[in-house]
Design a protein around this ligand. Structure first.
Ligand SMILES: *Cc1c(COP(=O)(O)O)cnc(C)c1O
Length: 351
């Protein structure tokens, strides 16, 4: 038996192996659930009828999500991580040969799932400053007759964001091309379009519980769009895509609004601390730091591989993307250690 051409050379996704006391590589939250909430959660989970299938529409957790963000639950579809929703959108909302526009560098899964769906990936490359020019995006979508446009805002990995008005301009400019707007990091910024899906029938917004909400292990994400799109998404996804444990745990945590607001504040503080610390090490030609509206800091280094390996040796794992580094905000102690070793790495470099 021969694997087909499009999958025969694929490799299973493997995060960096090894024992790293400090992991600032995956943009997770550094805040554990408080003991009290853990206990409440254990009680809720232990009473679930696990012999049954879960609710295919995940109604309770969709309602809690909608409440937390102040939108209508009828506009929400839950996924097994937003990753699953990206996969369903790329796999089912396109046809073989369709052109799909991505703006790179961006979240690598967009390209991965669109190629798997045998679509033609049209990549608009960001310039040195990593900014997105809305007019250039519109032009690329139009010239190519693209069926879909996917991008993250704020962007992973660049940590930069487009304003609401800039995203609206893109939405108005691309005609009826489906726009998948991944707001995985919008909990750290204030330019969400969640409240405006009623104005755009070609917009799907993705959100995740893996970042600010601190539940990466749960695998829970949401799509928000007008009813016909949500209906189609529900029809295309696997019926029992979100497990009963995940639904219940997600609903419980999304009800803890005070805890979540506190978490947001703490992560933003940690992010500011990390940003300020790295900014102080900035030197032309050696280290350039980009502004951030996420929970991580993106920087460009003359010698990113050496610095990355140096930190790794010290037990600190971050993410390297070509000549750039992406560093997730951690606890006070983690940030302090990272900053100390980053400084050491840079000093070792200039000797
Ligand atoms: C982390 C991340 C996600 C989240 O994926 P999940 O499957 O929900 O964990 C989605 N999009 C982007 C851009 C991300 O960085």
């Amino acid at each position: 038996m021969q694997l087909n051409d499009k999958i025969k050379n694929l490799e299973p996704y493997e995060p960096e192996r090894g024992n790293f006391p400090i992991r600032l590589d995956a943009n997770e939250s550094f805040l554990p659930l408080p003991e009290k909430m853990q206990q409440r959660l254990a009680k809720v989970l232990s009473s679930l009828p696990l012999r049954r299938y879960p609710d295919p529409l995940a109604e309770e957790v969709c309602c809690k999500f909608a409440d937390f963000y102040g939108i209508s639950p009828s506009l929400v579809c839950a996924g097994n991580g937003s990753d699953e929703l990206i996969s369903v959108l790329c796999g089912s909302f396109t046809k073989k040969g369709d052109r799909v526009v991505v703006i790179e560098p961006d979240f690598s899964m967009y390209r991965f799932y669109t190629s798997l769906a045998e679509c033609e990936v049209v990549s608009l490359q960001k310039g040195q400053d990593m900014r997105i020019d809305p007019d250039q995006v519109i032009q690329t979508v139009r010239e190519n007759g693209a069926k879909m446009l996917l991008f993250s805002n704020p962007c992973n990995p660049t940590s930069l964001g487009l304003s609401r008005e800039e995203v609206r301009r893109i939405l108005r400019g691309v005609g009826d091309t489906l726009v998948v707007l991944d707001e995985a990091y919008m909990d750290f910024w204030d330019q969400s379009l969640l409240g405006e899906t009623d104005k755009f029938d070609h917009l799907v917004i993705l959100r995740t519980c893996s970042k600010m909400l601190g539940l990466a292990g749960l695998r829970l994400g949401f799509a928000v769009a007008q009813k016909p799109l949500i209906r189609a998404l529900r029809a295309c996804k696997s019926p029992y895509n979100v497990g009963m444990l995940t639904q219940a745990a997600g609903a419980a945590v999304l009800s803890e609004t005070a805890f979540l607001e506190e978490a947001r504040r703490k992560i933003l503080n940690a992010r500011d601390e990390l940003y300020t610390g790295i900014k102080a090490l900035e030197r032309p030609g050696v280290l350039q730091v980009f502004p951030t509206c996420t929970n991580f800091v993106f920087c460009r280094l003359a010698d990113s591989l050496r610095v990355f390996e140096f930190l790794k040796q010290k037990g600190i794992l971050i993410r390297r993307i070509g000549k750039d580094l992406r560093i997730t905000a951690g606890t006070k102690e983690e940030n302090a250690l990272l900053l100390r070793e980053l400084q050491n790495a840079l000093e070792a470099q200039t000797v």
